[in-house]
Each structure stands twice: as structure tokens, then as C-alpha cells.
Design a protein around this ligand. Sequence first.
Ligand SMILES: Cc1cc2nc3c(=O)[nH]c(=O)nc-3n(C[C@H](O)[C@H](O)[C@H](O)COP(=O)(O)OP(=O)(O)OC[C@H]3O[C@@H](n4cnc5c(N)ncnc54)[C@H](O)[C@@H]3O)c2cc1C
Length: 262
Amino acid sequence: MYRVKEYVIPKSIEECANLLQKNKRSRLIAGNLFLRMTSADIPLAIDLSGCGLDYIREESDGTLRLGAMCSLRTLETSPLLRRYCGGIISRSVGEIIGTQFRNLATVGASVFSKYGFSDVITPLLACNARVRLFAQGELTLEAFLKQPRTRDLLVEIILPAGNAAGAFSNFRNSKGDFSLLNVASVRTETGYRIAVGARPMCAALAYGAMEQLARDPAAVSLAARTAAEELCFGSNMRASAQYRRQLCAVLCQRTLIETNEV
Ligand SMILES: Cc1cc2nc3c(=O)[nH]c(=O)nc-3n(C[C@H](O)[C@H](O)[C@H](O)COP(=O)(O)OP(=O)(O)OC[C@H]3O[C@@H](n4cnc5c(N)ncnc54)[C@H](O)[C@@H]3O)c2cc1C
């Protein structure tokens, strides 16, 4: 359990960001589900719930904006996201723990924390999402995942316009556990994007497999094997790297077949 000296609920993002920068040991609080499992002395806890970041907005050009404080349950049930890229973002979160949990856990915390086990980062990466950070501004999710951790505030996630086909699949040993691996694939007019996450490292794109499909969209099993060969996998208490590699080929093939069926 952590101990908080002062708890504030600012009314603006600017105020939250200023407080975060002023006090180097302060912490942002979103759904408070992960944070509550840590043990720390926090001089200033900055609750993000008063800043109006709980929104899903569609721009006139079809771009979608997901506020950082959107709960996973909101992503799961949003009609806009259920239609977007085969509903892969909604599908990726629907099995996480339980409804009450998903009502609290937020997309901003999941993405900003770059959790290796994350189910939601994988489809966001496949959809070519961008992130907007308060200090750093806008950048691709891929670039954000690769950069070292900074002290910043994730404001929103931006999804490009377009009606792409997509699929998501993952594998858990049991309900309520983390995914051993997850895969999301998207097909647009410009080609395929395949993201593999919970390796157990954070999601990454399978560039070799994507290039193979650009040359031959029917080469699904070859692309799936290429993805399994080109990406790094690690071992932990849930599965070995070798097991994950085999699983990757299977899940990639499944998602690509489903993506091509649409
Ligand atoms: C028991 C358990 C099981 C889980 N299982 C899964 C799973 O199977 N799949 C999955 O994908 N996820 C899983 N998660 C993770 C979960 O989905 C959330 O990602 C996690 O709870 C963090 O969300 P939160 O809103 O509770 O963040 P908090 O606990 O409030 O914050 C987590 C961290 O993010 C920082 N933060 C919060 N919001 C922002 C922001 N906007 N900008 C910058 N920093 C920010 C906080 O300062 C803190 O350091 C699990 C979590 C728990 C506790």
C-alpha cells in the first residue's frame, strides 16, 4: 500500500502538468488500480479525474480521439470503437479481469506505463495510433514505446481515419491472468500492420511479415512464421520464449486469416 501526504483533484490538464513538473516525487492518479499495489511515500497525488479527459471524439475527417481517462469499459462498449478496424480495440480489453475493474482502469495509464503485458497497446499499435503528451506533443505510438520513460502526462490517443479490416487474438492460461501473447493485425489500402505484444515485452511491429504480405496478401502462413522468427520473445513464470514463439506463429496466422476474410 502507498501513503499519500497531499491529494489534489485539479480542474485542468495544465494544472496537473505543472504540479507534476514542480514536485519530482508527485504521482498522477488515474484508475488507481496498478498504483495501489505499489508501496511508496507520495508527497503529492494528482488525480486526473477532474480534467475532462474521459471522452471518445470523432473529428469531421473521421479521426478518433480517445481521452487518457477513458476507462477500458468505455473502449469496450463504444459503438465507434466497435466499428473501428474490426473492433479490435474493444475486443482486446473485453476479457481483462471483470466489468468493475474495466470501469476503473484507464487507457492513458495503460499506454503511458508501456506495460509489457498490455492487451490494449497491441491493437493501438496495429492501428497506427499516435499519442499526444502534454510536454512533448504528438508522436506515433511506435516512437513513444521506443523512447525512454519521461516525466510527462498523456493527454489523448489519436486513431487515423479509415475503415480498415482488423483482427485481434490472445492467449491466457486462465481467465483473469495476463495474456501469454497477443496479436493484432490491420489491413488498409496501403498494406498490413501486424503487432505482437505480451512477448512478455511491450508490443512491436513485425516488419518482415508486413513486407511479405505487401508482396503477396495470400502468403499468410509464411508471414505468420516470419513474424515468429523476426521478433524477440522472453521467458517468465507464465511461458518460455520458445513457447511464445510457437504461439506467435499460430495467433498471427489466425488474425491474418480473419483480417483477410473481411
Ligand atoms: C490485477 C491486475 C490485472 C491486470 N490485468 C491486465 C490484463 O490482463 N491486460 C491488460 O492489458 N492490463 C491489465 N492490467 C493493467 C490495467 O489494465 C491498467 O493498465 C492498470 O490498472 C493501470 O490503469 P489505472 O488507470 O488503474 O492506472 P493507475 O494505477 O492510476 O496509474 C498507473 C501509472 O500510470 C501513471 N499514469 C496514469 N495516467 C497517466 C497519464 N494520463 N499520463 C501519464 N501517466 C499516467 C500513474 O502515475 C501510475 O504511475 C491489470 C492490472 C491489475 C492491477
